[in-house]
Design a protein around this ligand. Structure first.
Ligand code: C2E
Ligand code: MG
Ligand code: MG
Ligand code: MG
Length: 281
């Protein structure tokens, strides 16, 4: 009896695996034609100065509009794109589209583009970025590339060299989701990151737990010594913004200002009412 149960259990498991595998294959096939079918879309979320709410630029966040699946968030397809190598074509499309879109914004605004670790394993990436800049005519100073600490795990020496080459083009480099990875603090000293984006988990937790507040404070203090700009991700409430301002963080991003929006929904917002006196009233 136990034996029968065990077999039944295995059968269920096997069926489940089969379904999961088939679903993955289906998704892979559909994702493969997503770029060519024009199913990818960029949404943009504003980044602002904490002092006066002035918009300094937008982060490009990719979405996949599939006729059958609806809008698929990046967390659902970027990992698959990385495993299958499709991230190179998708990443190319993202950076070229982002540069093109940004040429229509006020000249002081930057566009931030997320790069996955897989994109940073080859020096070809430098040429790809250069091509996107040339093709769009966007000055390199208006492009910021976001990388996470995880890109530094495998081969930090090569990755740091690649990032240096990218930076020599004139683009800036931000370290995204800072605090969630496992990178050594020494990388921060060895590589001149232009910006640290403090992960939303610490930002949102800072008001609730002294441990999170301690992490936020030490990141801000470290960045201050190294002369790196700081940005707090995931600002959802006025409490978040007031706390981060009082701790000396320089820039903010989050639903309190705006959610990511399609390019055609970006309009005349040059400043959000988040300055100290405006928040208080
Ligand atoms: P990320 O780069 O850290 O981007 C911020 C994510 O937080 C976005 O999710 C954004 O919509 C969300 N967010 C912004 N403000 C708030 C807030 O106040 N509260 C909350 N709860 N969330 C907020 P999204 O668009 O789903 O992107 C998720 C991740 O997918 C990104 O995290 C990034 O790592 C990756 N990603 C997005 N676009 C691309 C891309 O073009 N290429 C690559 N390689 N990765 C991308
Ligand atoms: Mg990012
Ligand atoms: Mg982030
Ligand atoms: Mg994050």
């Amino acid at each position: 009896r136990a034996k029968a149960d065990g077999r039944g259990c295995f059968k269920l498991y096997a069926e489940h695996m089969d379904t999961a595998l088939r679903e993955r294959r289906a998704m892979e096939g559909e994702l493969r034609s997503a770029v060519a079918n024009g199913e990818l879309e960029l949404h943009y979320q504003p980044l602002a100065e904490i002092e006066d709410g002035r918009v300094i630029g937008f982060e490009a966040l990719v979405r996949w509009n599939n006729p059958r699946r609806g809008q698929v968030p990046p967390a659902k397809f970027i990992p698959l794109a990385e495993e299958t190598g499709m991230i190179h074509d998708i990443g190319d499309w993202v950076i070229r589209q982002a540069c093109r879109d940004a040429t229509g914004w006020p000249a002081h605004m930057k566009v931030s583009v997320n790069l996955s670790g897989k994109q940073l394993t080859s020096f070809k990436m430098v040429q790809r970025v250069l091509d996107a800049l040339h093709e769009s005519g966007l000055p390199p100073q208006r492009l910021e590339l976001e990388v996470t600490e995880s890109v530094l795990i495998n081969d930090p020496e090569t990755t740091l060299e690649l990032l240096r080459n990218l930076r020599e083009l004139g683009v800036s480099i931000a370290l995204d989701d800072f605090g969630t990875g496992y990178s050594s603090l020494s990388y921060l000293v060895r590589f001149p990151f232009d910006k640290l984006k403090i992960d939303s988990s610490f930002v949102q937790g800072a008001a609730e737990s002294p441990e999170n507040l301690a992490i936020v404070r030490s990141i801000l203090s470290l960045a201050g010594y190294l002369n790196i700009t700081t940005l707090a991700e995931g600002i959802e409430t006025r409490e978040h913004i007031e706390l981060l301002r009082s701790e000396g963080c320089q820039q903010v991003q989050g639903f309190l200002l705006d959610k990511p929006m399609p390019q055609n929904a970006l309009h005349q917002f040059s400043r959000y009412p988040i300055a100290g006196e405006e928040v208080a009233s």
